[in-house]
Design a protein around this ligand. Sequence first.
Ligand SMILES: Cc1cc2nc3c(=O)[nH]c(=O)nc-3n(C[C@H](O)[C@H](O)[C@H](O)COP(=O)(O)OP(=O)(O)OC[C@H]3O[C@@H](n4cnc5c(N)ncnc54)[C@H](O)[C@@H]3O)c2cc1C
Length: 452
Amino acid sequence: MPVTLVWFRHDLRLADHAPLRAAVKRGAVVPVFLWSPEEYGDWPPGGAAKVYLHYALQSLDESLRNIGSRLIVRRGAAAEHLKQIAETTGADAVYAHRLYEPALARRDDKLEARLALDGIDLKLYDGYLLHDPEQIATGSGDPYKVFSPFWKKFCKQIEVGKPLPAPRKLDGPGNWPHTSSVGDLGLLPQRDWDQPIADAWPTSEADVTRRMKWFVGRADDYGRLRDRPDGDHTSRLSPALRFGLLSPRSIWRAVAEGMARDADWKTDGRAAYLREVGWREFAYHLLHHFPHTPGQPLYSKFDGFPWHGDDEKLRAWQRGRTGYPIVDAGIRQLWRTGWMHNRVRMIAASFLTKDLLIDWRAGAAWFWDTLVDADLANNTLGWQWAAGCGADAQPFFRIFNPHSQAAKFDPNGDYARQWIPELETGDYPEPIVDHARVRQTALEAYEKIRNA
Ligand SMILES: Cc1cc2nc3c(=O)[nH]c(=O)nc-3n(C[C@H](O)[C@H](O)[C@H](O)COP(=O)(O)OP(=O)(O)OC[C@H]3O[C@@H](n4cnc5c(N)ncnc54)[C@H](O)[C@@H]3O)c2cc1C
């Protein structure tokens, strides 16, 4: 019976898993996870994401054991381990989902050629996204840089099919290779800060599926309430999407199936949700076509922007001590739970780049290390948008006012009080900058760039 390695990467699930399904059809299956942080280039998973990954891997191993299999876990260079595992088990093929992070996509290209020399066929399947970034282009064949026309084309061109069922049983190889334990990968931190993050998140496929079903029951209200951080109004499925405990197809279909046939896509609550999933598609479209953007502005005229390298202010922002409650509440929510509400991410990012004039890359790096859903495409898009140097840029002259944003989206201050207990006791810092004054400085800096 042919033996296939199924290489789990950012797809830690059994349902809607095309490589797994194809391998099961073919014969025996060896599920593999390789921890190779050096192969992620400048962006190996950060601290909070690694905590989530640790528990998600344990859950995946448990799910595999329930269907007669197990997860083979190794640390080190992917090429070496894949070759070795194939040799031990007699496998002649490796099946996996395609990845789009530039360093990983390049690694996979090289790997395909290397494994072929040993007679091992590496086959990559679509499934991390709903569209292939090469599939959608402007009339002149270029990639999109603006969301609205991208989304219009996406909706016209992309059919989201039915998710595949999870296999009920897996046949194993005659000879199982040795495995490390998930604990041996060293994903959990040495210092003990991870428990609240672990407690805040469901990390098994069954639990995130339950969360999805719960959310689907409330999705009609999403369009109306999604901007309010003072309640549980969004799906909070971002880490599940990032690590693939759910496929975007499963989420899309579950939400879309509850939509009225004659729903107006401009106002429907569920359509508003699908549009956000569309932003994830757009973020990957950009990352694929403009692989320099995690480190450089999409538009090069921003290369010379006069950012202030003020370490003290950066530290105040990172600690949630800027004296602006909506910003500080977001940063503290992030630190405690590994997640921040989208509206507050926008406010906190705008504050860092426009009120403190600190380089967006410092903010992106902080988010990268502290978010459980840290995602190279979405994080890059979010930060470049906030700084005004990326696709669909929030124009630089439109500067979020943290006071009016708070009044609009956290009108009773419940969110701020939840994360900043000192607001009650009076031991809270004065604002580190005067918004009205720094706004002017930011606008002047922008004018220089615009006229350069
Ligand atoms: C500065 C900044 C940095 C960000 N960094 C990340 C990041 O590292 N990882 C990440 O997943 N998202 C990031 N986002 C986007 C967004 O804030 C999160 O996806 C969202 O808050 C996750 O919560 P949710 O699952 O409840 O979202 P929901 O509102 O329930 O949305 C559903 C899904 O759609 C996708 N989505 C929603 N909003 C966006 C968006 N603006 N851009 C791209 N995809 C989106 C996510 O996958 C999300 O899980 C960032 C936004 C900003 C402004």
